[in-house]
Design a binder for this molecule. Structure first.
Ligand code: PXP
Length: 240
């Protein structure tokens, strides 16, 4: 099996900075340290409310990092403009609600087919690869395939939030089945949300999953032990 790639989401480095509206800590410095420790990609979410990552960060990260930049964004004209300007390698379309603490659930592609189709076309025309953050739901995945989007990130939040071992096993199985179904439809499969040092192994075992995007758990550990060690320890747990 190919090793699973790690996308390190540095949003919460910016959250800490924005708590004081100051200049530190800097997501660019965090991203460079993450890359030095083996991160395969840097992931950021430019939210409509700009609560953590700012437009300037997108610009500086694009010009600083040496791996890939994955921009999580809502399907809005403003985000298409940002992507066209800064050309992240990948844009991951996510739903966004102003009141949410973090992304809640995958994008409802069945409900927003025209918007997702048009946004994906515009992003592809700008030279970005398009991914859609989606719940482990076959109908949603099929709808994404129909839009000729060949890349999905399966939402692992329900798995991560499961309290009992049998619930976690059942949610992991849903992720595995969704990954297999997407792969059969010819799609490439990524996953993420809520993954930690303790729960990541079960998702790593799903052969179809190429890459995990992990933020909160790595940044939380980095605050205590440093970014490089935090990334290395996650990479160690992601060995197949
Ligand atoms: N993938 C997507 C699409 C997300 O929106 C997020 C959160 O920004 C993550 C992965 C990372 O989630 P976490 O911070 O819980 O690891």
């Amino acid at each position: 099996m190919e090793p699973v790639r790690l996308g390190v989401n540095v949003d919460h480095i910016a959250t800490l900075r924005e708590a004081r509206r100051s200049r530190e800590p800097d997501p660019v410095a965090a991203a460079i340290l993450a890359e030095m420790a083996g991160a395969d990609q840097i992931t950021i979410h430019l939210r409509g409310d700009r609560r953590h990552i700012q437009d300037r960060d997108v610009d500086l990260l694009r010009r600083s990092i040496k791996t890939r930049l994955n921009l999580e964004a809502a399907a809005t004209p403003q985000m298409v403009t940002v992507a066209s300007t800064h050309k992240p390698d990948t844009v991951t379309l996510v739903p966004e609600r102003r009141e949410e603490i973090t992304t809640e659930g995958g994008l409802d592609v069945l409900l927003n087919q025209n918007l997702v189709r048009k946004t994906a076309q515009d992003l592809k025309a700008a030279g970005c690869e398009v991914s859609v953050f989606v719940d482990p739901d076959y109908d949603q995945i099929k709808a994404i395939a129909k839009l000729e989007i060949g890349l999905i990130e399966i939402n692992t939040a329900k798995y991560s939030e499961a309290l009992r071992p049998d619930q976690a096993a059942a949610e992991a199985e849903k992720v595995a089945q969704a990954a297999r179904a997407a792969s059969k439809l010819g799609m490439r499969v990524l996953a993420g949300h809520g993954l930690t040092y303790l729960n990541v192994r079960r998702i790593v075992r799903i052969a179809e999953i190429e890459e995990l995007n992990i933020g909160h758990s790595i940044v939380a550990r980095a605050a205590l032990v440093g970014m490089e060690r935090a990334v290395r320890e996650m990479k160690d747990r992601m060995q197949r």
